[in-house]
Design a protein around this ligand. Structure first.
Ligand code: GLU
Length: 309
């Protein structure tokens, strides 16, 4: 089959992108590029397990106590936030550390947590069905979601941003998205914002951001949009192929999702967050995880502790 010049260039770009994808999947950098960064041994805090802790008012806590461990929902494909090692099944990242701190404060050894990967679109149902006790995974607190679930926190504030291929010159902010294919996760706030505020962009939705990034590298989409935290992690892992552009254009306060009616659990998690921010665990965990994608630890935001209702 004869290829046009454009076709050849596309094919070459796709081959390069596939090679980059293989590197991403293998979790290693190109020869000469910096080695993959990950928490240094001993850099992660060891959380004090509050063995005498009681929370009889919380049905979620009582069921977990009977079971002997917590079941926590998380992401498994978000660099430095929530990642699952396919070889060992271990989860790591900032959100995972937040989940572990909370477990220790609730009286459960963090080593015993059973993590379950739950995509953005399925978080509310997972909490409503009792599939998980709580959820930690770049989960924006907002009023609409508060009708379905409860939120402890916030424990971090992210902002929506854009990820493009390193050689992209046309897209520098959301106003450049008209006619461009922009990928985000189904059920996420960034997807909703693009559809609502930038209707000229062609929104493409998949279950996860890693699928969006695959599509970006193979030229199926022109940009990926979600929180800067997530995008910077992907860019840090493939700096020759990807870059984050423009300024964040929203505020995404991250909360710990809990069953809506379990106010006792929500307040206990708020207390636990404050305690781990005060004793230095929060900063140490941040520095060893999300901090590796390049942003120094900010001051943690004040927890909201909105009234039961
Ligand atoms: N924080 C945003 C949200 O909760 C985007 C990240 C995500 O999908 O987890 O929708």
């Amino acid at each position: 089959m004869r290829r046009t010049r454009h076709g050849r260039r596309r094919a070459r770009a796709a081959a390069l992108a596939l090679a980059a994808l293989a590197l991403l999947a293998a979790g290693c950098g190109k020869e000469g590029s910096p080695p993959v960064k990950g928490p240094k041994p001993g850099a992660l805090p060891v959380y004090h397990v509050d063995t005498g802790f009681q929370l009889e008012d919380s049905p979620t806590w009582r069921a977990a106590k009977k079971r002997g461990h917590l079941v926590v929902g998380a992401k498994e494909d978000q660099p430095y936030l929530g990642e699952k090692d396919p070889a060992t099944g271990n989860y790591s990242g900032f959100d995972i550390e937040i989940a572990r701190m909370m477990s220790a404060s609730l009286g459960f050894d963090p080593k015993t947590i059973a993590f379950r990967t739950i995509a953005s679109a399925n978080r509310e149902t997972a909490l409503q069905n009792g599939q998980i006790d709580y959820y930690v995974g770049t989960y924006t607190i907002n009023d609409l979601r508060k009708k379905q679930v409860g939120f402890a926190g916030p424990y971090y504030i992210a902002g929506q941003s854009l990820l493009v291929r390193a050689d992209e010159t046309d897209i520098n902010g959301p106003e450049d998205l008209a006619g461009k294919r922009v990928c985000s996760a189904a059920g996420s706030t960034p997807l909703q914002r693009i559809q609502r505020e930038y209707p000229k962009a062609i929104a493409v939705a998949y279950d996860t951001y890693s699928i969006c990034v695959d599509n970006l590298l193979t030229l199926q989409v022109d940009a990926v949009t979600t929180d800067d935290t997530i995008l910077m992690g992907f860019a840090a892992k493939a700096p020759d192929e990807l870059k984050v552009v423009g300024k964040p254009f929203s505020k995404e306060p991250y909360g710990i999702g809990v069953p809506r009616s379990d106010n006792a659990l929500r307040f206990a998690l708020d207390d636990a967050l404050v305690a781990h921010e005060k004793n230095g665990d929060w900063k140490k965990a941040y520095d060893a995880t999300l901090g590796l994608s390049g942003v120094p630890a900010p001051q943690p935001p004040p927890v909201d502790r909105y009234p039961a209702g």
